[in-house]
Design a protein around this ligand. Structure first.
Ligand SMILES: NC(=O)C1=CN([C@@H]2O[C@H](COP(=O)(O)OP(=O)(O)OC[C@H]3O[C@@H](n4cnc5c(N)ncnc54)[C@H](OP(=O)(O)O)[C@@H]3O)[C@@H](O)[C@H]2O)C=CC1
Ligand SMILES: CC(=O)N[C@@H](CCC(=O)OP(=O)(O)O)C(=O)O
Length: 335
């Protein structure tokens, strides 16, 4: 596949550019930013010196000729752009027959009305929501093989869902109890553009998005179980640690929980740390995995799950989806 990345100068786009450029079967044929970008024409490696010799392609602008130029040279585009930009761009590429892998939340929710409530805009292409395949790679591998439009799963949902879906699927979670998810993200989760809230000297561990973060409906849609999700911003660069509290059905044992996780045992990018183990940021920084550990006391369950937000939470998982779509092993180019 010849691949173009839009939003290549951002944190997830730059990470994905490196993964595609070093992939054994994909070719990176273009890197794009907005038409008025301050980084126009610079090689990506001028912004990210660690990419030197790996991705030296220049950043091109999304001007009026860009869509046609990209359609002439690429088989697929990766949208590493803001949700609203992705919603605007995706249909234009689909109309040219290109595959679209969108890293934003623009196509993740099935109910268009939720976009007004949780994203703050009315969705302009609700007809595409039913067509989009949710890119939680390990859980939708069959549908991803033939998808034209992939809505790569969000970062917090990726950690939370891989930790909870095995238990939900095995019927272990008490149906009348909310699951509580407290998750801490590094600052790269907020993107590259400067803002006072993510300024190094201003960041202090604190919750945000209480009761209204857009990942709540995304998690609930896939889990089919109510959650109380609270994200936190931490003063570190990359990684997400989710600590999850749930009530188990009466009689469920630690062994039952451990057995339920075996559904993921053969997945190369999921590391089951096991019972009485905890996941950590250190374990997954710059790694493409999700790490999961669990503890049980009576009916109480605590699960910890960790991912690198820019890899398993964004570009790594996008590459997993692209691998499946191209008929390759899910971990090609990752491990
Ligand atoms: N960071 C993370 O951990 C994760 C991010 N995501 C999602 O991925 C997407 C990108 O996030 P992130 O990498 O953090 O964002 P950044 O803010 O770091 O990067 C955004 C990129 O989009 C470019 N851009 C802005 N406007 C346009 C436009 N109109 N046309 C083309 N390119 C444009 C920017 O360049 P310029 O402004 O110079 O044009 C930049 O390259 C978001 O939707 C985010 O929600 C998903 C999972 C995790
Ligand atoms: C720390 C921080 O700000 N994180 C972002 C989530 C990361 C992201 O970009 O969200 P998606 O995975 O939905 O694309 C936020 O809470 O909005």
């Amino acid at each position: 596949m010849n691949i173009v990345i839009i939003g290549a100068s951002g944190y997830s786009g730059a990470e994905l550019a490196k993964l595609v450029a070093t992939h054994p079967h994909f070719q990176l044929v273009g890197c794009y930013v907005s038409a008025g970008s301050a980084d126009l024409h610079k090689p990506l490696s001028a912004l990210y010196p660690e990419h030197k010799g790996i991705v030296d392609l220049p950043l091109q602008g999304m001007d009026e000729n860009a869509i046609a130029n990209i359609a002439a040279q690429a088989d697929a585009v990766c949208l590493c752009t803001d949700h609203k930009v992705s919603v605007e761009l995706a249909p234009q590429f689909l109309a040219h027959g290109l595959k679209v892998f969108d890293l934003s939340g623009g196509f993740r929710l099935a109910d268009a009305h939720l976009y007004e409530e949780f994203y703050g805009f009315a969705h302009q292409h609700p007809e595409l929501l039913a067509q989009a395949v949710y890119g939680l790679a390990e859980w939708h591998s069959e549908a991803l093989k033939s998808a034209q439009l992939v809505a790569v799963a969000g970062c917090y949902p990726t950690a939370s869902l891989n930790a909870l879906k095995p238990l939900q699927q095995a019927g272990l979670l008490a149906g009348d109890q909310q699951v509580i998810i407290n998750a801490v993200s590094g600052v790269t989760g907020a993107g590259r553009k400067a803002a006072i809230g993510t300024h190094f000297c201003e960041v202090s561990l604190a919750p945000y998005g209480l009761f209204n973060h857009r990942h709540t409906p995304e998690i609930e849609q896939s889990l089919q179980h109510p959650v109380l999700f609270t994200p936190h911003l931490g003063n570190f660069k990359r990684g997400i640690l989710a600590t999850i509290y749930a009530t188990l059905n009466a009689g469920v044992t630690l062994d039952d929980v451990s057995s339920a996780y075996q559904v993921l045992a053969d997945e190369p990018l999921i590391r089951l740390l096991g019972a009485n183990q905890v996941a950590s940021i250190k374990g997954i920084e710059n790694q493409p995995y999700v790490d999961i550990g669990w503890h049980v006391k009576g009916q109480q369950l605590i699960v910890s799950a960790a991912i690198d937000n820019l890899l398993k939470g964004a570009s790594g998982q996008a590459l997993q989806c692209m691998n499946l779509n191209a008929g390759l092993a899910i971990n090609t180019g990752l491990v």
